[in-house]
Design a protein around this ligand. Sequence first.
Ligand code: NAP
Ligand code: MG
Length: 502
Amino acid sequence: MSVAANVIQLENTVNSFVAEPRKHLIGGRWVEAASGKTFPVYNPATEEVIAYVAEGNAEDIDRAVKAARRAFESGPWPDLTPAERGKMIWRLGDLIYEHLEELAQLESLDNGKPIVIARAADVPLSADTFQYFAGWTTKMEGNTIPLSVPYAPGATFHAYTLREPVGVVGQIIPWNFPLLMAAWKLAPAMATGCTMVLKPAEETPLSALLLGELIQEAGFPDGVVNIVTGFGEETGAPLAAHPGVDKIAFTGSTEVGKLIVKAAANDLKKVSLELGGKSPNIVLSDVDVESAIVGTAGAIFFNHGQCCCAGSRLYVQEDIFDQVVEGVANEARNIQLGPGLDPNTQMGPMVSEIQFNRVCGYLDAGAAEGAKAIVGGHKSGGKGYFVEPTVFVDTKPDMKVIQEEIFGPVVAAIPFKEVNDELIAEANGTDYGLAAGVWTRDIGMAHSIAAKLKAGTVWINTYNIFDPALPFGGYKQSGWGREMGHDALDLYTQKKAVCAML
Ligand code: NAP
Ligand code: MG
């Protein structure tokens, strides 16, 4: 592992964006926090402050929810035709492409991720998510339903269903893919005609705020999208509890997901959750070993392991175990660590000091419980929240590094003899069920394993493939509901049955 350090020159527009304290977007206006307070946003590669943003509280949330309510009930938004709404959302996608470099720079600066990844993945996928959902606005159809009511002999009915937007939606997102998570939340809610209050993660609010400017430029009416920045307890919690919010959509830790459910229980608002994971990645001995090595290394090291679906438990059939583990360790050794803004960087820092300490805590816990790091195992010295990509062996199923989500570049490699119920039980043996991987040339075996895994996504001979059309979400404690694809429309609509006697 070596540390790169030739960071690119930021665009003038990015420099001027971070030079000003950034405000909340409420009711179509950029406004200061009700308290007048701001908080700093840090560059995780240098630990320096890059910008200040408004520090929201319950009063700001209340203003934003009221603005979203007004925009939902009256004004231009509910009067737009579905096609007009679709064109506006498509236009937003175009604007994201036009501002690709700025958004990528801001994302890399704020989150620490490699600029090459932000350019190739985060920003285009965000634009594509809006454009995918733009197409759904004109397809929100109900059904006609033939009735046979036994106690109304001779009567005829005309019965049909309408799909209606759920209303004002609160959306709370994490820091690992700040712009993309905003897109996953906003796009389907826009498509269905909801209005929104978005709370970005306190660590990474900048790209969502620039997106807010593009939302205005695309012509969305005031109050359709409101963005309130701030801390979880002061801003997220009042949003989850606000009686004016009809539905809350959350992505983040399972722990906070449970708090969201409790907050929403008061007035039984609808809830969808995309939570943590501890995903098994299973490699059979008949596999093309080289591609399995590259693929399984990518499954854990992509985005510095800060992926809810990271393939963090690597099960390898014993006759190729040493070869695969050594191969993955080699991949780790060759990863170029550095600031995200250096185009040669392959892995940036952890997003924050807290996350850095959390990951280092797991490295220590693994060692203390008897796991052996064959590569990595430490923080990387100097400024910035850098952690060495790490491969643990000699683990036991009940160790913390096997059971708990680390959310860092740390994988545990575990040998198995054959594919049997014991292996499946072990792969399924955590509270999570977000994703899984299977690597084999035996396609029948691959599908049979996929059927037995308790996971919302199973990748076969690949990993981390996302598409706006592919539903994503968790089994067990990894969440409720599915984002993306047409399933996401269910999160933001409710069905009305209309029945007329003719
Ligand atoms: P988190 O606390 O769950 O944060 C996610 C979002 O929820 C952030 O916007 C956060 O605001 C907000 N939040 C925090 N407490 C809240 C509350 N009481 N009510 C409402 N909203 C609240 O996650 P984290 O602390 O950033 O990371 C902790 C762990 O969560 C990670 O180590 C990882 O295991 C997991 N995680 C999972 C995902 C995922 O994609 N599933 C993403 C990120 C993290 P603040 O940013 O202000 O705290
Ligand atoms: Mg947090």
